[in-house]
Ligand binder design. Sequence first.
Ligand code: PLZ
Length: 471
Amino acid sequence: MTSTVTPAGASAVPQERRLVTAIPGPRSQELLARRNAAVAQGVSITLPVFVAAAGGGIVVDVDGNHLIDLGAGIAVTNVGNANPAVASAVAAQAAAFTHTCFMVTPYEGYVAVCEALNRLMPGDFEKRSALFNSGAEAVENAVKIARAHTKRQAVVVFDHGYHGRTNLTMALTAKNMPYKHSFGPFAPEVYRLPMSYPYRDAAEGLDPSGPAAAARALSVLDKQVGAQNVAALVIEPIQGEGGFIEPAPGFLGALAEYCTANGIVFVADEIQTGFGRTGNLFACESEGIVPDLVTTAKGIAGGMPLAGVTGRAEIMDAAHAGGLGGTYGGNPVACAAALAAIETIETGDLPGKARRIDELVRPTLDAIAERHDWVGNVRGRGAMLAVELVEPGTTTPAPQLAGAVNKACHQRGLVTLSCGTYGNVLRFLPPLVIGEDLLREAFALVSDAFDEVAKTLPAAEAAPKPQPDVD
Ligand code: PLZ
């Protein structure tokens, strides 16, 4: 089946799923053997097909299989893989110059990306930005800036939070395995608060409302840290790696208000949620939250490594001259890619496309949850959607079921990912330019994958869906 890709993502790669070998095919298996001999085992692989080309919503492997992309390289290629506007901006910049180091001899692209970020970020006040290479580096720098501004040290983060793999960001990240195990000691002065997790809060008999969850978190902050010691509160407006956990309405607002009242820098980590992914340019906007600082990466540059910290001028300018930087931060080729990606996101209304993806996909996910009592929760926003899998008829996490469905999706030629503190969440992050026919085909196959896994379960499936356990 062929599908039309929007002009924003027009791609030379035919937009159709096509399987010509087993997954992985023989050529991928050869490369896997080489990978096993050459690449450190700590770097793991979700779906072992080696990529030859990718475009729009399709990934082509070295055996000629065309897979439908429901991962976008972990929420990166929002504008589609090898987006033509991004590719030609990259080629032109690479031909002009590839690097000078902005701190040595600057160039316009860096300034233009900062201007775009300042313009796009919520908040009607003067802003500044600084550019880095990776999400983790952006988060580290947001903390440095907040500490310089407040002259305080503590940083508060949340259960299920993910902020990166560097030493400070490992400390900020909640989950031990695989991110932290055996890699300590971690940076000090990091404190963790309970998150608003509506599905599990209700299952545990807690008030799942946003204000109640915020009161629980802020009480820990008050009692265990002390507001006057806190430089920054760092939070993902919808948690990504932790399980696509969307806090209950009012949670983020109560935290932001507390930060303002107590001189704490409110940092929204929009690295996974940003650049149209959730149906707004930034996820904070849906509740009118105006963070002091925002960290961005992933979707900012259509696949080139770039990250940013953007925020209130007086906070951003608190770091002394020479205090921020790095050899490659805001590399000219990455900046050229970002300018093309941002223009595509704006002119192609990619936030609108994300809302359309939600509209098209959610009914299928809801229908799957209706049919199978091991789907505990369907959630997410825009093109950041997930299902949380549990032992049939309970709320006990079932990572093995998420693994089985994921594998069944891979076998059908879909690039899908799992996530979650309990490893039991299947997440969907298609490129925002994916064609609607391709999307429909993909989710019919996801549905089919669930039905196949259901057949392997003991036969209690026909019974009416029981109420969730309260444990
Ligand atoms: N903050 C909210 O989602 C990266 C991690 C993949 P980097 N998420 C994907 C993996 O297993 O390493 C992420 C994020 C949020 C920060 C980061 C870190 O961004 O560009 O991977 O450093």
